[in-house]
Design a protein around this ligand. Structure first.
Ligand SMILES: *Cc1c(COP(=O)(O)O)cnc(C)c1O
Length: 385
C-alpha cells in the first residue's frame, strides 16, 4: 500500500526549484564548465559576476562574499565600526541585520518603522542619533525601497555611514535609482529564496567607495592582500565559483522575473482592494521588486488557517521581533517597548509570490482571501470587481 504523504498545497508559497527547471540547460552548462575547469573558489566566475552585478546595480565596485550576514558584518568592519559605536537599525527586520552589528562589537539602536511603509522612519532615525552613532542601516524590507534621501540627509548632517541591507531588494528602485546604489555601501544576500538566489549561500557588497571595497576584499580572505600575508585579522567569507556561475545565468533573467512579480502584485492589489486586509502601501517614488507581498490583518492567524484549508501556503515575515528573541534578551527591551513593530509582527502575513506562479494560482489566492473577508460578521458585502 502506498504511504500517505502530506498533500502539497495547490499554491505553494514559493517554488524554489522552478528557476532551475526554467534555465536547466544554461545552468547545467555553467556548472559543468566550472567543475571541469578545476578552480573552485574566487576565480574568473566570481570576478565576472562581480563586474556584472556592479553594472546591474550601478556601482563602481562589487565584492562577492559568503552570505548576506557576512556582507553586512564585513562592511561594518571595513567602515571601522566596532566596540563603543552605535548603529541605528530598523526595529522590524530579519534578525541578521541586528546580528551583523552585534558581531562587529557595536550596539544596535532600534528605530520604529513608518507604519505605512514598514520601512525606516527618517524623523525617528534623526532623533535616535547620539554622539556614539557611527552608521545607519536601512533595510529595503520586503523589496520596498526605504525613503533614502532623508536618511542620507541625516547621515550627512552628523557624518554617519549608511549601509543598505539590500538582501530583499534585487532590482528595486528608489526615485529611479537602483537599491544598492543609494547609500555608501549595500549588502546583498543570494540565499536561494531571494529574488536573485544561488543554489546555496552567497552574498555581495556593492559600493562606489574604492577604499571600502578594498577593505571588504581583504576581510573576506583572512585579511590578506598578498597570499599568506595578513595585514588585518580577517575572516573566511569567499564565494564559490559554482555559485557565481549560477548567479551569472540567473542575473540575466532577474528583470524578467521581477516584471512577473510586479504583474502578480498588481493583480493582488487590484483584486483585493476593498477587502478588509491592509494591502502594501507603495509611495509614488518607490518601484518595489516584490520580494514578498505582505498584507496585514488583526485576524492574522485565522486568515492563515483559512488559506491553508483553501490550499494556499503562507508565511510570516517575521513572527517575533528581534528585541523579543533570546539573542537580544540582554538589551532588556520589554514586550511593549517597540509597539509599532510588535503590532506588525502580530498582524503581517505573506501571500504566495514568485515569478513562476500561474494566473490561476494567483486567482486562487485572491478568491481565498476574499472569501475570508466575506465571512466577517456584520461586514459590508464585498463590492464586485
Ligand atoms: C536574507 C536576509 C539577510 C541575510 O542573508 P543571508 O544570506 O541569509 O545571511 C539579511 N537581511 C535581510 C533583510 C534578509 O532578508
Amino acid at each position: 500500500m502506498q504511504q500517505a504523504r502530506p498533500t502539497a498545497p495547490d499554491v505553494p508559497f514559493l517554488d524554489v526549484g522552478a528557476s532551475y527547471r526554467e534555465l536547466r540547460d544554461e545552468i547545467d552548462a555553467a556548472v559543468a564548465r566550472v567543475l571541469s575547469g578545476g578552480w573552485y573558489i574566487l576565480g574568473h566566475e566570481v570576478e565576472a559576476f562581480e563586474r556584472e552585478f556592479a553594472a546591474y546595480v550601478g556601482t563602481a565596485h562589487c565584492v562577492a562574499v559568503g552570505n548576506g550576514l557576512e556582507a553586512l558584518h564585513l562592511t561594518l568592519r571595513a567602515m571601522g565600526i566596532g566596540r563603543g559605536d552605535e548603529v541605528i537599525v530598523p526595529a522590524n527586520t530579519y534578525i541578521a541585520t541586528w546580528l551583523a552589528v552585534s558581531h562587529a562589537g557595536a550596539r544596535v539602536v532600534p528605530v520604529e518603522p513608518d507604519p505605512r511603509t514598514y520601512n525606516l522612519d527618517p524623523a525617528a532615525t534623526a532623533r535616535a542619533v547620539t554622539r556614539r552613532t557611527k552608521a545607519i542601516l536601512p533595510v529595503h524590507l520586503y523589496g520596498q525601497p526605504a525613503d533614502m534621501d532623508p536618511v542620507m540627509d541625516v547621515a550627512a548632517r552628523y557624518g554617519l555611514w549608511v549601509l543598505e541591507d539590500a538582501a530583499q531588494a534585487h532590482g528595486a528602485r528608489y526615485r529611479g535609482r537602483r537599491a544598492g546604489a543609494l547609500g555608501h555601501a549595500a549588502a546583498w544576500s543570494f540565499y536561494p529564496t531571494k529574488n536573485l538566489g544561488a543554489f546555496g549561500d552567497a552574498g555581495a557588497v556593492t559600493t562606489d567607495d574604492p577604499a571600502l571595497a578594498r577593505r571588504v576584499r581583504m576581510l573576506r580572505s583572512y585579511g590578506t592582500t598578498r597570499k599568506y600575508v595578513a595585514d588585518v585579522r580577517g575572516y573566511n567569507s569567499r564565494l564559490d565559483e559554482l555559485q557565481a556561475a549560477v548567479l551569472r545565468v540567473k542575473l540575466r533573467r532577474l528583470d524578467a522575473w521581477n516584471a512577473r512579480r510586479a504583474q502578480i502584485a498588481a493583480i493582488y492589489r487590484a483584486r483585493l482592494a476593498g477587502s478588509d486586509v491592509v494591502l502594501p502601501f507603495v509611495p509614488d517614488w518607490a518601484q518595489p521588486c516584490w520580494h514578498l507581498f505582505v498584507i496585514r490583518t488583526s485576524r492574522r492567524d485565522a486568515l492563515r488557517a483559512h488559506l491553508t484549508a483553501c490550499g494556499v501556503e503562507t508565511l510570516v515575515h517575521y513572527p517575533v521581533p528581534p528585541h523579543l528573541q533570546g539573542a537580544y534578551r540582554r538589551m532588556r527591551l520589554p514586550a511593549g517597548g517597540l509597539p509599532v513593530s510588535e503590532q506588525l509582527h502580530r498582524e503581517v502575513v505573506s501571500l504566495p509570490m514568485g515569478p513562476h506562479l500561474s494566473d490561476a494560482q494567483v486567482q486562487q489566492v485572491v478568491d481565498a482571501v476574499r472569501a475570508f473577508s466575506g465571512q466577517r460578521v456584520g461586514a459590508e458585502p464585498a463590492a464586485g470587481r
